[in-house]
Design a protein around this ligand. Structure first.
Ligand SMILES: Nc1ncnc2c1ncn2[C@@H]1O[C@H](COP(=O)(O)OP(=O)(O)OP(=O)(O)O)[C@@H](O)[C@H]1O
Length: 235
């Protein structure tokens, strides 16, 4: 479970997140959507202990990231691509991440299979396509078989087969009882996969609920998104 309450984040004198609250529940895929610059990455960075929080709380399974006893076994996150050194092979990268977190090396081959990258495990990461890089990032996130999975814009740049594959993986993790939080700047992109949605713009929550609840009163999802995120909406 992810519980964010009244999260506030400032960069200098500028407040980029205003009292933002969000819940992502086990067994469900939660979509986190907003236009470019709305504050999605900032929220996820605060949640993952990468940025300091100026107010409120952001908890993973009831604890802030920094207090997790086994971070990789609790939460897996893909924020920007593979995060691997280009001259490393896919397998060497995963072995390095596993070793740093006390995860058995045999798990490396399991996750390579899981993300369909076993055949390219000995290739250098610099030769990977965008989609392969995304898969490698996911493999690292899944090393600890975490209950919580966080993906920032995972379908950016993927082809239709890659998009379908990643959607299936998200649904499977949720079906197995996991908590999945996925961000996008396109609401309709999440319609296929998300059970619940939180929409933000300018650092504030504009709507939150099931997909049907968020779309209610609007002719379609796209119209709902623009109505809820246009400058001045809900102010
Ligand atoms: N390190 C930083 N210093 C100053 N401002 C920042 C910093 N990081 C983010 N911001 C600002 O915070 C706001 C939210 O940015 P953020 O990257 O969280 O949005 P986003 O919803 O993830 O957008 P995108 O879809 O474009 O990635 C933006 O106005 C951005 O310029």
């Amino acid at each position: 479970m992810i519980t964010i309450e009244n999260l506030t984040k400032r960069h200098g004198s500028r407040t980029v997140l205003h009292d933002l609250s969000l819940v992502a529940r086990p067994g469900r895929v939660t979509g986190f959507v907003g236009p470019n610059g709305a504050g999605k990455s900032s929220t996820l960075r605060c949640l993952l202990g990468l940025d300091r929080i100026d107010g409120g709380t952001a908890l993973l399974g009831g604890r802030p990231y920094r207090e997790l006893r086994h971070p990789l076994r609790t939460v897996g996150a893909v924020l920007d691509g593979a995060g691997a050194h280009p001259s490393s092979t896919g397998r060497a990268h995963l072995r390095w991440v596993a070793a740093g977190s006390g995860i058995a090396q045999r798990r490396v081959d399991e996750v390579l299979e899981l993300v369909d990258l076993a055949g390219a495990a000995e290739r250098r990461v610099r030769t990977y396509s965008l989609g392969m890089g995304q898969r490698l990032g996911l493999a690292a996130a899944l090393l600890g078989d975490p209950q919580i999975l966080i993906l920032d814009e995972p379908v950016n740049g993927l082809d239709p087969a890659g998009i379908r594959w990643i959607r299936t993986l998200m649904r499977e993790r949720a079906r197995a009882g996991g908590t999945v939080l996925v961000s996008s700047h396109v609401l309709s992109e999440l319609a296929e996969v998300a059970d619940d949605i939180t929409i933000i713009s300018q650092g504030r929550v504009r709507a939150s609920g099931t997909l049907a609840e968020v779309a209610q009163g609007h002719s379609d999802l796209e119209e709902a998104f623009f109505a809820l995120t246009s400058p001045g909406a809900g102010l």
